[in-house]
Design a binder for this molecule. Sequence first.
Ligand code: SAH
Ligand code: SF4
Ligand code: F3S
Length: 560
Amino acid sequence: MNSFENNSSRYIGNDLIRFLGNDVLSAAPEKEPERQHYFIAQLKALGNPGASDAQDQSHDADVKPLTAAVVTFGCQMNARDSEKLTGILEEAGYEMTDDEENADFVIFNTCTVRENANEHLYGRLGRLKNMKKSHPERIIAVCGCMMQESDEVAKLRQKYAYVDLIFGTHNLYKFPELLFMLHRKRLGMVDSLEAVHAGNAVLTDSSADHERYEKLLRYGGNTGTQKDLEKLYRKPVVSVWQDSGDIVEDLPQQRKFPFKQGINIMFGCNNFCSYCIVPYVRGREKSRTPGEILEEIRRAAGEGVKEIMLLGQNVNSYRGISSEESVFMSFPELLQKVDDLAEETGIERIRFMTSHPKDLSDELIEVMAKSKHVCHQFHLPLQSGSSRILKRMNRHYDKERFLDRAAHLREAMPDIVITTDIIVGFPGESEEDFLETLDVVEKVRFDAAFTFIYSKREGTPAASFDYQVDEADVKDRFDRLLELQNRIAAESLERFRGETLPVLFEDVSEYDPMMITGKLENGTTVHVAAEPEDQQRLIGTVRQVRLEESHGFYYTGSLV
Ligand code: SAH
Ligand code: SF4
Ligand code: F3S
């Protein structure tokens, strides 16, 4: 027995060959998702050699589980994707942590909708540089929308060369396989190069932390020199697809909250609003089948989920093929089926986002108004109140049509909460255009608005439009919009004061450990005082709350 085998290390040469060797790779099933489940099992065995082979005394039974942090930027789609990443990591034996600076594995799920989303990532990565220097065996991965842009991938490879693994939105389901390939690369297995368009090798550094890799390298009998390998080790595994193939179902997932879940009903976007990068990074629209969606909801209900959010960039253009009749199902039809299923399975609340105003039909409003469980909450992005600008944005509706849709929603459901997104400073936006936006805000009286300063996205049509608006004007308009909207939001919130309404409690308040936070059916946040010993019992349940005071964006109240 050599000294290496005496060493109590998680990774022991035999294991690595056993768990990462060519035989293991070639035995992987071709079919998905079986193939990914296979790699998850291999990763688990690799991270946990003792657990997979209790007889083998060369393993250290006390090896702590590896830790992993999933950091999410961007929208609900990304949040949902991160639940899948988390599910995969947990099943592979990782223990989840929020401490990205000390985790064995960190993955950033990125957004690129506005420039500041990108800056966010670079800031966070920059902070990990020193950690990576002292602990090169730790893994940093980056995935998500930003990785669909080749310039950003090039920048990462050049300036953030310590990132180990890069993949995109279309091959997220391949994550287990890519992580497996990264481990092979570190072992110096050259064939993984072809599989994932990347280099491979093993780390060699003199520090004690890296010693085990050096030993592994010798043990594995790699053919390269130390120097070659060192170079290769530092190359990331990169795998970004230009478009998605089939939708791969049935991957593990771990819900952030046990009582609520996002359900993808479609992926991608075909609308090509002229400012927006999403269609380029998420690909063409693809609807899941009603059967798969309803089955996922049924399963979630069986696991205690009380609230679901149907997700898509434009749910109103959902067109799912229902297998038994081989006809297309529309979103209102799907929503009706989901409502029936909710009634049957005990799901209390159904939400959906996002709706494009151009496709918001009377039929949808009718289904919503009649439904038992669809929440009276509607996110209807305005973007601009100026018909001229809306045309340049390629939104396919004008100011009148938007006002008509909002009025119709309020008529059908007087208690509805309507929220929106607004962009300020779109190229060519004049003061008059902006006043039209303020006019719509006054007329519709949105309960909340997410306001954004226009951000130029390379590759979108608007990036080449003339007349980018002066920065000082944009700032001034943004402040005026915010002031108006804040006033309206506060006034509009007042209308529920004094009522007693059901609240689904979600968490202990971030601001006060003696309070818990929940949501009204219409999406409004409510804080209620609760003794620490009662909090866990209340979280995840729906309780009647008297709304006592409104505070601009949220209520405080008490349990009745
Ligand atoms: N599919 C959704 C929006 C997804 S992006 C929809 O159509 O409403 C979320 C929001 O980001 C958009 O509604 C828009 O207001 C904003 N946004 C998108 N691209 C932007 C850009 N280039 N600059 C500023 N805001 C932008
Ligand atoms: Fe972007 Fe428009 Fe698609 Fe929404 S509908 S994701 S704003 S292109
Ligand atoms: Fe961002 Fe991608 Fe969503 S770009 S907004 S995370 S679809």
